[in-house]
Design a protein around this ligand. Structure first.
Ligand code: MEV
Length: 310
């Protein structure tokens, strides 16, 4: 009788930054939501040859390889593995494919080798992988991929607080331009060194918005949360990380009836988000599309890393 070898599939969600990007790299809080586009990693043991990786998106491969290396070192494993990925979303739009693939890899390996890793350990190991590859980053995307839901998060996982909150009618528009997150972080770092008082004040103001945003979400005060998004966008413009296209899409969303809109992520490109009254969501989505934004159909508040049946 042929014994079928064990195959494990894990999946993790993508993310969208709601409030607090950039400031969170420098020790301040942010609000992030996991989104329901998922990235799956299937892992099995192999007996012949080195590790094998089948990843359609090249960028993900570096993260998987590093995660496998860290996992094997930590748990002293010599066995080779075969890992394949399948993604609901493209790495191009900035929904966090690298963090999702890293987190899902650790959960899949954890089950494959019977290690029973806690969420916290998966977060910590995944964050080490991100830092080893990208050198910079707050880890908020890793937290979203690991824990899911809507999180209040502080740099490096000092605080990871799931919020009992909802987000009705969030419209996402992709600017058509890929953001270069590490370069944008370095640009903000350089500005911080040149002009610490000005940049620190912007971070402190963003941090106040995040704390207020947390309260508004818990109170379901969406008009007020929208206003905070607008203030956050203005501060990101001041920080010099927005772009004419993102500004245009944000303005368009507001003119079509959104409560609030802002860029989401590092800036320069990637996505903008708009929070709308339910009755306006169609109009806002159409206006964003007409203005040249590509609509990304994802829902917030998605479940964190989990095993899949395959
Ligand atoms: C990028 O999506 C968000 C930043 O705050 C970077 C990070 O938090 O790692 C700019």
């Amino acid at each position: 009788m042929k014994i079928k070898s064990k195959t494990i599939t894990a999946s993790s969600p993508g993310k969208l930054m709601l409030l607090g990007e950039h400031a969170v790299v420098f020790g301040f809080p942010c609000l992030v939501t996991a989104v329901d586009s998922r990235l799956k990693v299937t892992a099995s043991k192999i007996t012949v040859g080195p590790d094998r990786f089948q990843t359609p998106q090249v960028k993900e491969c570096r993260f998987i390889q590093k995660a496998v290396q860290f996992f094997k070192q930590k748990y002293q494993i010599n066995q080779s593995v075969c890992l394949t990925t399948q993604s609901d979303f493209s790495a191009r739009v900035g929904l966090g494919s690298s963090s999702a693939v890293t987190v899902a890899t650790f959960l899949a390996l954890s089950y494959l080798f019977g290690q029973n890793l806690s969420r916290r350990t998966i977060f910590d190991l995944s964050y080490q992988v991100t830092l080893a590859i990208q050198k910079v980053g707050s880890g908020f995307d890793i937290a979203a991929a690991t824990y899911g839901g809507i999180l209040y998060y502080v740099t490096g996982g000092q605080v990871i607080k799931p919020l009992k909150a909802e987000l009705p009618s969030l419209i996402i528009g992709y600017s058509g331009i890929k953001a270069d997150t590490p370069s944008l972080i370095k640009k903000v770092q350089a500005d911080y060194q040149k002009n610490p008082q000005k940049v620190k004040k912007i971070f402190q103001d963003i941090s106040c918005l995040v704390d207020l945003g947390k309260e508004m979400l818990l109170k379901k005060n969406y008009p007020r949360f929208g206003w905070l998004m607008n203030q956050n966008h203005l501060l990101l413009q001041k920080l010099g990380v927005s772009s004419p296209k993102l500004d245009f899409l944000v303005k368009t969303a507001l003119q079509s009836g959104a409560y609030g809109a802002k860029l989401s992520g590092a800036g320069g490109g990637d996505c903008m988000i708009a929070l709308c009254p339910q009755a306006k969501s169609q109009a806002v989505a159409e206006a964003i599309q007409k203005a040249g934004g590509e609509l990304i159909a994802v829902l917030p508040n998605a479940e964190g890393v989990r095993l899949e049946d395959r």
